[in-house]
Design a protein around this ligand. Structure first.
Ligand code: G6P
Length: 608
């Protein structure tokens, strides 16, 4: 979602702020702005749309200040217009904000009653006026921020600049991430280490409730109670990572193609390949034999990885699994046993609903394990055990490589828990591990279907609705296929369990409706094939993703057939994810959509 950057520099900072904001573009945004202090006075430039519009504004009217803050805004309250874009400046200060101030209506009413006028539709503006109000009462900038923060409800991160204070930048964090970058006679603030990587590799993460006052050579951290706090400096790897697309047109294409490598790397972290066993790089926080169920909570694509894991855990570990989307789970008041296991899954490790669910589960006395891609994220820091996915930074908003790496971790976990419960014999484990080892090679094989998939996407791009069908572990993948297509092509798509076809969606089938059938050769193939025939009988346009056996058994005229390599069925979703992702990608490219930054979507959803 929104991105925050702040710099106390020794040369004009606006250009650096914009460069840094570009590294946060992947989070999703719809307007941007920057403010600097020039001769002690705040001057700002803002623009609707992409950062290039802001750059054009800055080229016409440059900013010369050596201290500044910048922002990419993903609209929550008020349209993505220039007026609503951050920084908000009034009362001698400027502020940028990520997240939601939940009690802004109340605060707005209070401030309006005091005679303040509001010029935007945002929740953020109350923060500027509240701090301004305290400044007018004679408080210093630090005191004014300290007095304001307890009045704000919600999950947010903030950065402030104050007129007349050329050597001061204040940052605050409650729920949404914020990091300080330490430079040589310079100081930085940013939503993540990636944004700060061009400037420094020495980072301090604010903890929840913290705020920090920065000068060019000091950083004073205070905790939620206002006490001085020592927060560790860490060296980040982010600087080593170049935000570039390599030879690909989009980050999403690059990330799809990286999958054999990163899934292989992730599997190598979890498997003892020569012994044919899973070797978890951590101790499980529970005794698998002593638990009677697992709860899984996540959002979006991560939820669909969890839904796939439900099949694996129930099958390999003979353990009941409850799974829910985090936005429902966090408020459901689900009773949970003490010392049970909750698994949360999140690429970013910052998704607000997933984080709240993790905290709920901990509050219920559950042990928590988080499958996360960003090792320094809040979820990674707050769970009992981190199960890392080694996908590397994922920039495309539509998750691809993080999904298959999550599957790699969850498959390994299911086998390990199965072994711990005595539910799978060593020979079975060795066979399953052998199958997993084969997955990256099969993914690479599946990539070879790309040009065929690209031509199929021309048909798909003309559809207004698309149905995805699958059974067993292909069912979550059908949901993921529909989600991917919606996200980046804006074509309405639905995923269904193939067996549910008769209970409603079959009514939609006609000669205009493409039906993507995901049919690996597994124990459900025969049944899926019957569903294919039902679609064919009603004139539906079928695209089959399956192996030769599936095509032979279907024995109907197909609009398209994506021939997949033969493989053992258990981990087919990891391999079949490749054509499913490519189909969405090429359809969106054919339609000329902004694949990496689709409209309205954010990569890291730090608000409810
Ligand atoms: C957003 C992203 C999705 C992602 C979901 C969960 O909706 O656009 O790609 O699956 O959030 O994010 P997380 O970082 O928790 O996996």
């Amino acid at each position: 979602m929104c991105g925050i950057v702040g710099i106390l520099g020794r040369e004009p900072v606006a250009r650096h702020i914009v460069e840094s904001l570009k590294r946060l573009e992947y989070r999703g945004y719809d307007s941007a702005g920057v403010a600097t202090l020039e001769g002690g006075v705040i001057t700002r430039r803002r623009a609707e749309g992409k950062l290039r519009n802001l750059e054009a504004r800055l080229a016409e009217a440059p900013l010369a200040g050596l201290a500044g803050i910048g922002h990419t805004r993903w609209a929550t309250h008020g349209k993505p217009t220039e007026v609503n874009a951050h920084p908000h400046a009034s009362d001698g200060l400027a502020v940028v904000h990520n997240g939601i101030i939940e009690n802004f209506r109340e605060l707005r009413a209070e401030l309006t009653a005091k005679g303040q006028t509001f010029t935007t539709e945002t929740d953020t503006e109350v923060v500027a006026h509240l701090v301004g109000d305290f400044l007018r009462q004679g408080l210093s900038p630090r005191e004014a921020v300290a007095a304001t923060l307890p009045r704000l409800k919600g999950a947010f991160a903030l950065a402030f600049l104050f007129e007349g204070h050329d050597d001061l930048l204040i940052g605050a964090r409650q729920g949404a991430p914020l990091a300080v970058g330490h430079g040589e006679g310079e100081m930085y603030l940013g939503s993540d280490a990636l944004a700060l990587a061009p400037f420094t590799d020495t980072i301090t993460y604010l903890e929840d409730g913290d705020w920090v006052a920065l000068t060019r050579d000091s950083a004073e951290f205070r905790d939620v109670a206002g006490r001085l706090a020592n927060r560790p400096r860490i060296k980040t790897q982010a600087s080593a990572f170049l935000v570039d697309k390599g030879n690909h047109r989009h980050f999403m294409a690059k990330e799809i193609h990286e999958q054999p490598e990163v899934v292989g790397r992730t599997l190598a972290h979890y498997l003892d390949m020569s012994a044919g066993r899973v070797r978890l790089p951590f101790d499980l926080p529970v005794d698998p034999a002593a638990i009677d169920r697992i709860s899984i909570v996540a959002c979006g694509t991560a939820y669909l990885a969890g839904l796939t894991a439900k099949y694996w855990l129930e099958r390999f570990a003979r353990l009941p699994v409850e799974i829910d989307v985090a936005s429902e789970f966090r408020y459901r008041e689900a009773p949970m046993s003490r010392d049970g296991l909750t698994v949360v899954i999140s690429q970013s490790g910052e998704t607000a609903d997933t984080l709240a669910s993790l905290r709920y589960a901990k509050g219920q006395g559950q042990k928590t394990l988080a499958v996360v891609n960003v090792a320094t994220s809040t979820i990674a820091r707050e769970c009992d055990v981190v199960a890392p996915t080694l996908a590397g930074p994922e920039i495309g908003v539509a998750s691809t490589k993080a999904f298959t790496c999550q599957l790699a971790v969850l498959a390994s976990l299911a086998i390990a828990i199965g072994r711990g419960r005595g539910a799978i014999a060593p020979e079975t484990e060795a066979r399953l591990v052998g199958d997993l080892i084969g997955v990256p090679g099969l993914m690479a094989e599946a990539m070879k279907r790309e040009s065929q998939i690209a031509s199929l996407s021309h048909h798909l791009s003309r559809a207004s609705d698309v149905l995805y069908l699958g059974r067993g572990t292909a069912f979550p993948l059908a949901l993921e296929g529909a989600l991917k297509l919606k996200e980046i092509s804006y074509i309405h798509a639905e995923g269904y369990a193939a067996g549910e076809l008769k209970h409603g969606p079959i009514a939609l089938i006609d000669e205009n409706m493409p039906v993507i059938v995901i049919a690996p050769s597994d124990q459900w193939l025969e049944k899926t094939v019957s569903n294919v025939q039902e679609v064919a009988a009603r004139g539906g346009r079928i695209v089959l993703i399956g192996d030769r056996k599936a095509a032979d058994e279907a024995a109907v005229t197909l609009d398209g057939f994506v021939a997949m390599p033969d493989m053992a069925p258990e981990f087919a979703p990891m391999v079949y994810a490749v054509p499913v992702q490519m189909l969405a990608y090429h359809t969106a490219v054919t339609m000329g959509k902004d694949v990496d930054q689709p409209r309205n979507l954010a990569k890291s959803v730090t608000v409810e």
